[in-house]
Design a protein around this ligand. Structure first.
Ligand code: GLU
Length: 473
């Protein structure tokens, strides 16, 4: 990964915003309010480490916008965390939620630690202390600000957060909604884990089903047989690769920080994952060629490139060498503004992060709704739907004198489980968002790229919401 020297991450987001705001008609004051980070909580707290020494931990929570409540966004654990990064990611959350019609403001949290080099006990202490700092300042709660997993965090950390919150707020009936991405047993929703990867797949698939767009990119319609390169085998990369492969694409290369592997006949992400777990490296996977330099994978000849790791991995240096026809930004901010300009000039279609990876927050929204309603999705209607379907089928069989097989009967009768409803809600969300952005772009051909169209979509929605809220005197 190379450093983006010219602009900080937050400045890059502001730059993209300014580029898009020219295609809207909001007055300057509204635009400035949409852009601004409303609340920034920078904290330091001491933690006694396993060897007895005291470490001062640097951490943040940024609430970019409260145009809708609560604020929403993940918490990342990484040594690269700094205030500017958290601000940028919080801003992207505001725009992301607006585009996919998830009624939240944007937020993000970060703790500057290297989770791999800490013990589980140390991580638990840091996470719990961070949560209690958030509680003290009223920076967390089901109606205030709802964290979630991000880079370096997952279900385990969310479990520590909800437990800490509940112990500090006894009797709060909706406390489970203070964080999402929880284990199912603690109020999580089925389908959250794969949500971002599945959302990436749904978004890219929708673009690949647009005849005019595919013609322009010189590609055939649909996902089948498209050559895909995935950077990152974390939760997002793994699941993106899985859904592309299951739907007929050929995942020719997977990259991780230690290197990348290539096989033109396709890689199975689960086998690669197991190989990495066993050997400690993605390299030397049976049947695949090693690429020693992880970044080389980004420059491979392919149809679709999915950067699903960290920000700024494609910049002014390597952008001219990118051969993919479509880039699906699964990570947050994988392209620098220079890369954006170079790729747009080359005719590469960049499907932007801030809506393409919105699957996570969309399903988080479903989890939060589940927590507030205190009932599992499908519990009320599953059996009813099954009975209704069986009745209709029985009638058809009686009227036609023909019978379907038992397995067909099962498929027809099936009433929705939680996972079915979550996946279909996500599919609907991603398809609608893709079409909405493309319609904005088509309606105004002077908009230079899809990211700008997505920003226009976001600015108009947040602008409307600020305008309707009214401005306090
Ligand atoms: N961290 C994820 C994101 O960047 C998910 C956020 C959430 O679920 O609130 O979109």
């Amino acid at each position: 990964m190379s450093e983006n020297k010219e602009y900080s991450f937050f400045q890059s987001v502001e730059r993209s915003f300014d580029k898009a705001s020219k295609f809207t008609s909001w007055e300057q004051g509204i635009l400035e309010q949409i852009k601004a980070c409303n609340s920034i909580y920078s904290m330091r707290f001491p933690v006694k480490m396993d060897d007895g020494h005291i470490e001062v931990i640097e951490a943040y929570r940024v609430q970019h916008s409260q145009h809708k409540s609560p604020c929403k966004g993940g918490i990342r654990f990484s040594m690269a965390v700094n205030q500017d990064e958290v601000m940028a990611l919080a801003a992207l959350m505001t725009y992301k939620c607006a585009i996919v019609n998830v009624p939240f403001g944007g937020a993000k949290g970060g703790i500057k630690i290297s989770p791999r080099s800490l013990s589980t006990y140390e991580l638990e202490k840091i996470t719990r202390r961070y949560t209690s700092e958030l509680v003290k300042k009223n920076f967390i709660g089901p109606g205030i600000d709802v964290p979630a997993p991000d880079y370096g965090t997952g279900e385990r950390e969310m479990a520590w957060i909800v437990d800490t919150y509940q112990s500090l707020k006894p009797g709060e009936i909706d406390a489970a909604g203070c964080v999402t991405g929880k284990p199912i047993s603690l109020g999580g929703v089925r389908g959250r884990k794969e949500a971002t990867g599945l959302g990436v797949f749904f978004g890219v698939r929708e673009v690949c089903l647009m005849e005019d767009v595919m013609k322009k990119q010189g590609l055939t319609l649909g996902i089948a047989n498209k050559k895909v390169v995935v950077q990152g085998l974390g939760n997002v990369g793994y699941h993106s690769a899985k859904f592309f492969r299951e739907n007929g694409a050929i995942v020719v290369s997977i990259a991780e920080f230690e290197g990348a592997i290539y096989n033109e006949t396709g890689l199975n992400e689960e086998d690669v994952f197991q190989h990495r777990k066993k050997t400690g490296s993605i390299l030397n996977f049976p049947g695949a060629t090693n690429l020693k330099n992880s970044g080389d994978a980004l420059e491979l000849d392919c149809d679709i490139l999915i950067p699903a790791a960290l920000e700024n991995v494609i910049d002014g240096n390597n952008a001219p060498r990118i051969k993919a026809k479509i880039i699906g930004e699964a990570a947050n901010g994988p392209l620098t503004p220079e890369a954006d300009d170079i790729l747009a000039a080359k005719g590469v279609l960049v499907i932007p992060d801030m809506y393409l990876n919105a699957g996570g927050v969309t399903v988080s929204y479903f989890e939060w709704l589940k927590n507030l309603s205190h009932v599992r999705y499908g519990r009320l209607e599953k059996r009813f739907t099954e009975n209704a379907n069986i009745n209709i089928l029985n009638q058809i069989e009686e009227l036609t004198g023909k019978k379907v097989t038992e397995s067909e009967k099962e498929i027809i009768a099936h009433g929705p489980d939680e996972i079915d409803l979550v996946h279909s809600g996500l599919e609907e969300t991603m398809i609608n968002a893709t079409r909405e952005i493309m319609d904005i772009w088509k309606a105004n051909p002077s908009i230079p790229d899809m990211r700008t169209a997505a920003y226009v979509c976001a600015i108009n929605k947040v602008g409307t919401s600020y305008a309707e809220l009214g401005i306090f005197p």
